[in-house]
Each structure stands twice: as C-alpha cells, then as structure tokens.
Design a protein around this ligand. Structure first.
Ligand SMILES: Cc1ncc(COP(=O)(O)O)c(C=O)c1O
Length: 428
C-alpha cells in the first residue's frame, strides 16, 4: 500500500458512542470525597452545580455511552472527524527514520479539542433546564469552546480567565465576547473569593485553581446556573474519547502501528481522550505503543507531584480527588502554556501513570518554543503552546530514532492552534 500523507474519515465514521475507560482501568478509581465530611460524594452532592446526566456519566460503569444525535450533529458541523496527518517535512528536516503523524484537533472554529466536551456539556445542561454556565479558562481555549457551545444551545456563559493569560492573550477576550459570553480576569472583583485573593495577593498572576473557585461560587449561588469544567473529571475525558476512537479507525485504514502516542497534559483531557481507547489493547498486549503525557518543567504535576487526595480548586469547594498534585494552593509561574498551569491531573490519567501504563515527561519552555518554531517552519502550522509540548516530545523521540537508526512510528495529538498565542512565538 502507498503511504498515506493525510488519513481522513467521513461523517458516518464519527463515533456514535463515548468510550468509558473506568471499567477497563487496572484498578477501581478511588472515589471522590466530599471536602467537608471526607465521605465519598453522592450524586446529590453534585447536583447544585452539574446536570444529572453528567453526574451519571461521571460515575458510570458502562463501557459505552451513546452520543446524542444533536451532539453528534454539532461535532460534525464544527469539524469532526479530524484528519491524521503525516509530518513528512518535519521528518525530512530531522533526518529521522521515524514516521511522525499528528491528529489535528485545531481546525474547528474554536481552535482546539475543547469543543468535543463543551458541546456535550452545554447540550446536557440545556436539556435539563439550565440557563447559564460558569467556568474557568487558562489560555482561553476552553472558555472559547464553552462560549461557542453555549451559543449553540442558547445558554448564557460567564468565563473567569486566569489573569496572566488574560493579559498575554487579548484576542481570546474578543473571541469569547464575540460568541456572546461574559469574561472576567481572575481573580476578579465579581466574586467574594476573587475579592479575597485580590486583597491578599494584589499582584498574583492567578491560577486555574483560583478561577475554578470563582466559577463554582457563581454556579452554586443560582439554581439556573451550573458549572462546567474543561478537563480533569471523568465525564470530560469521556467526551474526548472521540479523538482516540477516530485514531483507531485511521490506524486501521492506513495500516499504522504506533510506537508512541503522545499528548500534552494540563488536566489530562486531550491525552486521556487520545489514549483511553487503546488502554484495553495495551493491558492485553495488543499494542506496543508507549503512552506519553507531556507537561511543563515549571508545572510538573505528574513528574514531581504527589499521588494523593487533593482539592481541584484553591478555595477547597470541589470534591477531593485522588490524583497527582502539586498542592491546590500552588501558583505556577506565568508560562505561555496557560492550559498546562494546573496543580492536579485527571484521576484516571493519574492511575494509568501509577500503573506504568502511561508515562510522563517534562520539558522546559525554551525547548518547547524551539519545537513549535520548527513545526511552523516545516509543517506550516502555528501550534498552541500547550500542544507544542507534545511536538517537543515527538521531536526528541524522532531524534533518538535517528541515533539508534530505528524506524519507529510516533503519533502526537495537536490539541490546538496558536493563532491567538503569538506572543509565545515572539519569545515575549
Ligand atoms: C490547546 C490546549 N491543549 C491542551 C490543553 C490542556 O488541557 P488538557 O490536559 O485537559 O487537554 C489546553 C488547556 O487549556 C489547551 O488549550
């Protein structure tokens, strides 16, 4: 068979089910705990901020959960299925015998993988009578996606954007407002928690943990307002499995046997969405692929964090999750990859790391920027700073293949474009 440069699928190959990895994990996931009682949370504990269907999905033991028709239609309308592309020019530049492929999640109107779950979350909330969603955003990709999905399903949307990214990426504010949502730099003056942090730390760059606390405060104080999270939770990663399920079909179509599946890890959603559908194969010895999650050296949640129960936010409002964490009070340095500045990691991804089914690597911002620039100069794509961590890892492994003369197949997830992150490319 001639080698394919671009492996595409058609509309009817967009997954009809979300794949739930929980029953296939090597061990039962430790239950989330109520932060006040330290007892396992009950569905009722979560109903103040989440719709019933998402709570059901969060705790589901079913392997397969149908994608509602309206959600599937919206996924197709905004750009699914996404292509798998051979980075041939990058390979040639590196003079590597490795083959490098990337799954391009940055081609939709929002620019990242985040709409895969934003659309589903907005749909279930609207269906249960919710009128308004509140959320946090790091670099702005998630806030953009939720603003877009809220627009699709007729919901109001309020976004708390981490202050340092808000200042670095002014385009995101314009985009989020263009979809009809409201945006505040976090910590903000509009919540009690935001005001408290502003008093205590007037110059703080902010953090995802603080922004989450603000969004939950807004959601918990109004019956028609819910909270939506862009990563970490089981239901979020569940929705992202459309990525890995499509990849499986693409691998079959082009007869690709991956040696590496690589994704950046902030809270773990694009990486989980990519690798979860391969976990059963990995445990059963049917794939040789290494699963590699890539994080910044300056926010080394998995490579340096502890594996223990911790809060998902800074104010301690979320359930306690058993995960890798740097501590919920941790405020990472103001790097450009704002989406990777999170103190915790999705419990299901953390568990795979603990069992050695997945591995983690960390990269410094200079190596990541160099990788991003090389990708732009060879493949012509301005990648998001977050996704550029995955590119840096792909390049490092491709260079190792050159040294050992091994023709490995490296696949990474390009989780988003960086057209609104240009100050990263300017090195500023
Ligand atoms: C483009 C992009 N990639 C990756 C991430 C990290 O999130 P996650 O680990 O949930 O995929 C973000 C988060 O904002 C992002 O915007």
């Amino acid at each position: 068979m001639t080698e394919m440069i671009k492996i595409t699928l058609d509309e009817n190959e967009v997954p009809r089910n979300f794949y739930n990895v929980l029953p296939d994990l090597p061990e039962r996931l430790a239950p989330p705990l109520n932060p006040k009682t330290r007892e396992p949370v009950t569905p009722a504990d979560l109903e103040a901020i989440f719709p019933k269907e998402l709570i059901r999905q969060e705790m589901s033991a079913e392997r397969s959960i149908p994608v509602p028709q309206e959600v599937r239609d919206a996924l197709i309308r905004f750009g699914r299925p996404t292509p798998l592309i051979r980075a041939k020019r990058l390979e040639e530049h590196l003079r590597t015998p490795a083959k490098i492929y990337f799954k391009h999640e940055g081609l939709n109107p929002c620019g990242s993988h985040k709409p895969n779950t934003a659309i589903a979350q907005a749909y279930y909330n609207a269906k249960e009578g919710i009128e308004h969603l509140a959320t946090e955003t790091g670099a702005g990709q998630w806030g953009t996606a939720l603003a877009y999905a809220s627009m699709l399903f007729g919901l109001k949307c309020t976004v708390f954007m981490v202050r340092n990214s808000f200042e670095q990426k002014p385009g995101r504010k314009i985009m989020i407002e263009s979809y009809g949502a409201t945006i505040h730099a976090s910590p903000s003056p509009v919540t009690a928690y935001g005001r408290k942090i502003r008093n205590e730390m007037p110059d703080t760059p902010g953090s995802l943990g603080i922004a989450i606390s603000e969004a939950i405060e807004v959601a918990a104080s109004d019956k028609k307002t819910n909270y939506a999270l862009g990563s970490v939770l089981n239901h979020v990663l569940l929705h992202q499995t459309v990525i890995g399920q499509e990849l499986k079909l693409q691998f079959a179509k082009a007869e690709i046997e991956p040696d590496f599946l690589i994704g950046c890890i902030g809270g773990g959603s694009n990486f989980g969405g990519m690798v979860f559908p391969f976990v059963r194969d990995k445990i059963g010895g049917r794939t040789r692929a290494r699963f590699i999650g890539v994080e910044p050296e300056s926010c080394p949640t998995v490579t340096k964090g502890e594996y223990r129960y911790d809060s998902g936010d800074t104010a301690g409002m979320t359930p306690l999750l058993k995960m890798h964490t740097l501590g919920s009070g941790h405020i990472p340095p103001a790097i450009h990859a704002g989406g990777l500045r999170y103190h915790g990691m999705a419990p299901a991804v953390s568990l795979l790391m603990e069992h050695g089914i997945s591995e983690a690597e960390s990269y410094g911002q200079d190596e990541v920027l160099e990788a991003a620039r090389l990708f732009a100069r060879t493949e012509g794509i301005i990648a998001a700073p977050e996704s550029s961590h995955a590119i840096a890892s792909a390049i490092r492994h491709a260079n190792e293949c050159r040294k050992s003369n091994e023709a490995r197949t490296i696949v990474f997830n390009l989780s988003g474009h960086g057209l609104l992150d240009l100050s990263f490319y300017a090195g500023g």
